[in-house]
Design a protein around this ligand. Structure first.
Ligand code: RP5
Length: 161
């Protein structure tokens, strides 16, 4: 049986997957059990309610939520769980993700969402940050994360051409 997921990656639409798969890829690489679901704050509000309120009891430790436009998914998820929520602003067509970024980052004090960069970089970093949070209580994962960082360092060329 596969390990129970520790990270829940949710996104507002199947169209967000092209961005959010980068969070899943990192968690795959670091061997962090995770699940991926489409949960829309405005199209499937009951699904969001059920997901967020049940997340901790199902054993999830971190939620990564990606959305674009009027991106209320991360904030609404955070309002219904005490788990850390990392928000990924998906690059929107109309405003290139600035709308998503501001919607996710500008949470009123009291309900935090850890907001990452727009698009692929944000999704990648959300996966890395979720792993880093879990690694504070998992020495083996901490070693895998340090090794990943070391490989990244080693891959940086000294010469530009
Ligand atoms: C948001 O609207 C989603 O997170 C997505 O980024 C955006 C567009 O969704 P689709 O129209 O592609 O389903 O809710």
């Amino acid at each position: 049986m596969a390990d129970a997921p520790l990270v829940g990656i949710i996104m507002g639409s199947t169209s967000d997957w092209e961005t959010m798969r980068h969070a899943a890829d990192i968690l795959d690489t670091l061997r962090v059990p995770h699940e991926t679901k489409v949960v829309s704050a405005h199209r499937t509000p009951q699904r969001l309610y059920d997901y967020a309120t049940g997340a901790a009891d199902r054993g999830l430790k971190v939620i990564v939520a990606g959305a674009g436009g009027a991106a209320h998914l991360p904030g609404m998820a955070a309002s219904m769980t005490h788990l850390p929520v990392l928000g990924v602003p998906v690059e929107s067509k109309a405003l290139n993700g600035m709308d998503s970024l501001l919607s996710i980052a500008q949470m009123p004090g009291g309900i935090p969402v850890g907001t990452l960069a727009i698009g692929k970089a944000g999704a990648t970093n959300a996966g890395l940050l979720a792993a880093a949070i879990l690694a504070t209580g998992d020495a083996d994962l901490a070693e895998r994360l340090k090794a990943w960082r070391g490989r990244q360092t080693d891959s940086v060329a000294t010469d530009p051409a």
